[in-house]
Ligand binder design. Sequence first.
Ligand code: DX5
Ligand code: ZN
Length: 209
Amino acid sequence: MKIAASFLDIKEPKMEELKYLDSLDIDYIHLDVMDGIFVENKTYTYEEFYDITRFTTKPKDIHLMVSDVKKYIDEFAQMKPKFITFHYEAVSEVSSVINYIKELGIGVGISIKPTTDVSEVVKYLPYLDLILVMSVEPGRGGQAFIEESIKKIEQLYTLREKENYHYQIEVDGGINNETIKKCNKADICVVGSYITRQDYKEAIRKLRD
Ligand code: DX5
Ligand code: ZN
C-alpha cells in the first residue's frame, strides 16, 4: 500500500515541517486544493503552494476540490505532478477534462464524494490512471472514516480485475492505523491528520505495520 501524505493541517513552520515529512517513508505528497466554492474552505493560491512545496522531492498527487477545474489544471500542471485528480461532481464535460489532463502528459484521476455511486463513473474507468474514493465529505481534515467507502473500493477492485483496467485505487479521509486495514484493496491511502497530529515518523511506521 502506498502512502500519500496530505499536509493540509501541518504544523508551523509549514515549509520546514513539510520538508521533514518529505524525507520520511511516504510515496507521494498529496496537495488538497480548495476554492471556497466547490467546498467551503479555501486553501492557498498556486504561487503559495509552489513556494511551500518547492523543496519536496516526492511525486505530487494533486486533489482539486474546485469548480473552475481547467484554470487549476493549467496552474498545477506546471509542477509536473504524477496525478491531477478532479471531482466528477464539479464538471459537466467529464471526458473532455480527462483528455485535457492526459494531453498534458499527467496521470489523470477522478474523485467521487461519499454520496456518489461507482455506477455513475463506470464509463470513464477505462481512461483513468486513478480513481479517488472520498471516505469523508471533501473540504477538511480530521473527520471520521465513512465505512460504506470500503464497498466502493472493493467494487472498483473487482471491475479492474474483470475488465483489465489500469487505474490505481486511492482512498482519502479518516485514514489511521485501524481504518487502513479495511482499505486493503486500495493501492494508495491519503493520510492527513493521523500523521500531522503526532510524531510523523512513528505514525508512518504504524501505518506500514
Ligand atoms: C479532505 C482532504 C483530505 C484530508 C485528509 O477533503 O481531501 O486529503 O487532508 O485528512 P484526514 O486524513 O485528516 O482525514
Ligand atoms: Zn485530499
